[in-house]
Every structure is written in C-alpha cells, then in structure tokens.
Design a protein around this ligand. Structure first.
Ligand code: IFM
Length: 445
C-alpha cells in the first residue's frame, strides 16, 4: 500500500465483522427462541459433522473479551448482527428486554471507546415461529421484520452508526430456497424468487422505521456479488455469464436502484415470477445511504442445459481457499466499478472480505501468511477502485473470529483470531497482527 493511499486517510473506515448465529452460542439463554438455523442443524446431513450453533464462540458470554480484541486491533468500526430470535420472541411481537440490554451493553462498550457500531438486522437467523407460518414465502414475514427493525432502532437509535437491513439476501433466497444448502433447505426456484421479493419488501418496509428512529445513522443493505467470467471464450458461455449476473446480482440490485426486476430473468422463468403487490417496488427502491459489498471470489460460468441456462464451475486451480474459492482480487475492483457506474448507486463499503484457510496453531502461533497476502491483495484492489473514481467508504475483514461457517460447520476457519472451540481460547493469527500494524501505521502517519 502506498504511503499516500486513500485507505490510510482517517475518514476511510476499517473494521472487522461477525454475525450473531455464527459466534454467539447461548441458543436457549435469556429467552432466545429457536431460529431456522437451530432447526436446520438438527436435520441429519445438513451441516458438516452435525455441528450446530448452540455454543459457537460463546460470544454471548465472552462479548467483552471479544470487543477488547476489536479495540486492540485499533480498527474504527465493528460490524455485527443482532439476533432477531433473541429480541422478538413470539408471533404477537413480545419484546425480550434481556436481549435489548445485552446488545445495549455492547453498543455502550463500543461507543465509549470510539469504535463505530455497524449493525446488521438480519444475518439469516429467522425465528422458527415465523418459518412455521411460511418463512420468507409468507408476505407477513416482511411486516414482522419491519416491526423488529422498529423495535431495535427505537431502542438503539443513533447509538448505531450504520444499520444494514439484510445481509446477502441472495443467500437467504437462493441457498435457502433453490439450492437447498442453507435453512430452510428447499429446492424450488419459484419459492426462491418469491422469497427474494419478500426479503426486498422487508428491507423496503424497514427503511422508513430506521430513518425515523435513527435520523443520524446511515441505512443500507449488504449484497454478495461475485462477477462472472466465461469458462471458455464462446458465445454460449458469454451468454451464460450474462444470465448468471442477471439472476444472482441484478435480481437484487435492479429493484433496489431502479424499482424493477430484470425482464430477461422473469421472461426466462415465467412460472417463477413473484407476486408483487402495488406499491412494493416503490418501497424497495426508496433510496439507500450505502450498499455493502461482500466479496470473496469470482464465478467461472459455462452454458448448461436446464432452466437456469448456466452453471458455475468448481474452481480447479491450486491456489483455492479452503472453501475451494478462487483467489481473484481483480474481481473486487471490477465489482465496485460496476456498482459505482450506476447513476443511482450510493456510496459503497466492502462489508466482508476474507478467506478460509487450514490454519494450525504451532507453538502458540498461527502463521496464516496466505490470509495476510489475500487481505493485502484485496486492499490493493479496493485502492484501485478508489483511484478509478469509486466512492468507497470502508472495508471490513471477515471475520474477527473463527466461527460457525453455516453448512460447513466449524471446519472452515475465516478468523483473524483462532478459536479453540474446546477451551474457547482466542489466539491472534499473523493476519490479526498485520491488520493491527496497518492501523498503527495509519494512526502515526
Ligand atoms: O460466513 C459467511 C458470512 O456469514 C456471510 N458472508 C460469507 C461468509 C463466508 O462464507
């Protein structure tokens, strides 16, 4: 990184990120009710090794120790999510004061130390009582989300610097309802499209509540986008890429920025067109203060038979991450540039970026040089995007801690801090030291 890098300016926000279900544990403590992920983990074969989130990183109890790690890194911000099934515990909307108090303690801790809280309201842990009534296929779930957003933002208001309504709605809709690998584990494209619409509607219904209750906070949404490249330079594979981008990116981005769904996607899947009621699209495109981009890799795409018309090929290179994902930092620059080229694009953040590696503790040390290089390369890619005119406001590394990696359980480690799940001991990896050094370099410039 150059000494005059825009990333080293004090206005650029550096942070680390986590999500409630992945770290909190304490799944039945202080009135929390089950989420769809508690249910999913109990279904045989859904999660590697039969792992579940009942203990995770024990962060519900160790939060103070974990926030001290954030402070010690010297970053500006901490992105974390609030667990809906802790806060609202039944279909009538009962508010659990213990949960409000729990998150308030964390917000107080952060604000007292000048660390900016970036809060995500929905990082996939839908209360099971809503799933029992149809989950994201039921329009009422969107209204339940707006109520939850209202409760949270009334409680915390501007104590939160930035509210994201949803984290990666593509994953909730497509991994949850089409690919069957996330909760609730369905395989039905029509349901995926309807879930996507209700997620976006939930976002749209929550926006005015957040703006009213937290007038000084930024309000936005977080999308996961991987750019597509053709496996072969054939017209068929290029067309397949266009289809992949439209279904995985534009189905979410276009309604948010333009208030419409991409026609070619709906035309290709006429049986899957979601039920949209008058007024929905106006709510969905109501305007964002920011878009958060979660970037990990690109997709290599080829033409395929079948209704989708495309297929994402598994990466075959030797430099893949432990998730099997290609390390492709140029894709971050490209994706940021693509987003920023839209005339209605708000300022951007990289709200997640990081990699899973086969980290080992040796003599008390985790030398994750490959992650250090990954983060460095992606920071350079972010810098390139800014140099080309992208309004990028911040970068959050995923993740503060090793944690519950959804269907992969605890095998895949993304943390800057290693977690020993037996003793719950945290050990800084070389990547944590590198980030800390960068923060100190920035402070002392
Ligand atoms: O762990 C997840 C996170 O919950 C959402 N974004 C991607 C990460 C790595 O898979």
């Amino acid at each position: 990184m150059q000494p005059d890098s825009p990333l080293l300016k004090k206005e650029f926000i550096f942070g680390v990120a986590t999500a409630a279900f992945q770290i909190e544990g304490a799944s039945d403590v202080d009135g929390r009710v089950p989420s769809i992920w508690d249910t999913f983990c109990k279904e045989p074969g859904r999660v590697a090794n039969g792992d579940d989130g009942s203990r995770a990183c024990d962060n519900y109890f160790l939060w103070e120790e974990d926030l001290a790690l954030v402070q010690d890194l010297g970053v500006d911000a901490y992105r974390f999510s609030i667990a809906w099934p802790r806060v609202i515990t039944d279909t009538r909307g009962a508010i659990n004061q213990a949960a409000i108090d729990h998150y308030r303690r964390q917000l107080n801790y952060l604000n007292e130390r000048g660390i900016k809280p970036y809060v995500t309201l929905y990082h996939w842990d839908l209360p099971q009582y809503l799933q029992d009534r149809g989950g994201w296929l039921n329009r009422e779930t969107a209204y339940a989300f707006a109520y939850y957003a209202d409760v949270v933002s009334r409680a915390f208001g501007d104590q939160v610097v930035s509210y994201s309504t949803l984290n990666e709605p593509w994953c909730s809709a497509f991994l949850g309802y089409l690919h069957g690998i996330h909760a609730p584990g369905e395989r039905n494209r029509k349901h995926a499209y309807q879930a996507a619409h209700h997620l976006l509607l939930a976002h749209g219904l929550a926006l005015p509540k957040l703006r009213a209750n937290a007038p000084l906070a930024e309000v936005g949404i977080v999308l996961n986008i991987s750019p597509s490249d053709p496996i072969e330079n054939s017209l068929a594979d290029q067309n397949a890429c266009a289809l992949a981008d439209m279904e995985n990116r534009d189905l979410f981005l276009q309604p948010l920025l333009e208030g419409t769904y991409p026609e070619p996607v709906l035309n290709r899947h006429p049986d899957c067109v979601p039920l949209v009621l008058p007024g929905d699209m106006v709510l969905i495109q109501a305007g964002l203060d920011f878009i958060g981009l979660n970037y990990y890799t690109r997709n290599q795409v080829k033409a395929a038979d079948g209704s989708a018309g495309y297929e994402v090929s598994p990466y075959r290179g030797t430099d893949a991450t432990a998730m099997g994902w290609e390390i492709y930092p140029q894709g971050l620059t490209r994706t940021l540039q693509h987003l920023a080229s839209h005339p209605r694009c708000p300022p951007l953040y990289v709200t997640e970026n990081g990699m899973a590696a086969d980290d080992q503790i040796r003599n008390g040390v985790v030398d994750d040089a490959v992650r250090v290089a990954y983060l460095q390369a992606h920071l350079n890619a972010a810098e390139d995007a800014i140099a080309s005119g992208v309004d990028l406001r911040g970068y959050f590394a995923w993740s503060l801690l090793d944690n519950f990696e959804w269907a992969e359980g605890y095998d895949k480690r993304f943390g800057l801090f290693h977690v020993d799940y037996m003793s719950q001991q945290r050990t800084p990896k070389a990547s944590a030291q590198a980030l800390k050094q960068l923060m100190s370099l920035r402070r002392n410039r």
